[in-house]
Design a protein around this ligand. Sequence first.
Ligand code: FAD
Length: 374
Amino acid sequence: MDCQIAIIGAGAVGLAIAAELSKYYQDIVCIEKHVHFGNGASSRNSEVIHAGIYYPHNSLKAKLCVEGNSLIYDWCQKYNVPHQKLGKLIIATSTNELEHLHDIYQQGKRNGLDKLELISQEKIKEIEPNIYAIEAINSTTTGIIDSHQFMQSLENFGYNNSVTYSYNSEIIAIEKIPNGYELTLRSDNETFTITAEIVINAAGLYADKISEMLQINTTENNYSLYFARGHYFRLSGKYHNYVKKLIYPVPVRNWTGIGIHITKDLNGYLKLGPDVEYLTKNIEDYSFNYNKINEFYEAAKRYIPTLSIEDLTPDQTGIRAKLQRQGEPFRDFIIKEESSLNLPNFINLIGIESPGLTSSLAIARYVKKIIEGL
Ligand SMILES: Cc1cc2nc3c(=O)[nH]c(=O)nc-3n(C[C@H](O)[C@H](O)[C@H](O)COP(=O)(O)OP(=O)(O)OC[C@H]3O[C@@H](n4cnc5c(N)ncnc54)[C@H](O)[C@@H]3O)c2cc1C
């Protein structure tokens, strides 16, 4: 075999897996179709280190987010990745949101977040005088991170442990061979093959397509992905450092997103977003629909009373890899070795949407445990 482990995709998840495995294994290749790491969801997101509040107890999303949260703070300290543990408030702005707010609080407690607290309107005013809310959940372990620097530190770690990064190399076919897999890569219109004992599919938006290369029936296995775009609007300079914490509304009870919220970057500038817009086709269409401005303004005006529509300017969009269709119930991350599909040593990671960035280091440890058990 040319290598022991081939990882498809150099987003935060593929890079984290390469870094973790490089401590224990040799001959690791991380294969990425772009010329650089992190061109997918990993560089088009809110850059929030989530606490793990919303997800159903015992789901992978809950477990890996809670574990990933503390791992990522430790990593940032150790490798000087810019971050801030600024905390977040999930706010109710009307009495009919209170029941759901309390349910979310209980969910967070069940997920092991002992420090979560419910705070009153008075206390909210003390912390965030510019925000209107009648009650809130105060999450102190939520934070923000420079995702690019984080990925750079993962790549550096891998380089130091002899990981090979094969950029500008698109996987176009995979074949099962005795004791492993043969991967066909295309680079600048040339194709070549490499063989690997273990293959890890961390291809983000295309993880279902990679599975199909091995004749996995994605419909039967419920592996099909649906692209859901999210827009962000930037708030004008007068809102610089307008809040201390991240501010999230109570989400609607349908699991597609967690509501148009305020995120703050490491320089103190504020953004609103993201919304959830399912695309009709799975194409990476990052275009910005400016007509969304009213929806964003109305959503944020409920908790930023001073806001005027002129304060919003288009920022960026990102695309989520969702396993659930619009309106369908919660779906968990799929992280699975596929012996049951006659594909031993092939590990699929599908539907790694939020909180995938936060969970990346915990996902990497989870994958390592799967490999140990092979
Ligand atoms: C709008 C939005 C907001 C989000 N906010 C947050 C947040 O605040 N906090 C949080 O924790 N998470 C958040 N997420 C989720 C987080 O961004 C993702 O879970 C995470 O980035 C997924 O990383 P990944 O490595 O799996 O995917 P990606 O970053 O998409 O990486 C996959 C890589 O695989 C490569 N690839 C695909 N096909 C091939 C192929 N055939 N050959 C070679 N390479 C291939 C791609 O080019 C890509 O680089 C958000 C996501 C979105 C879209």
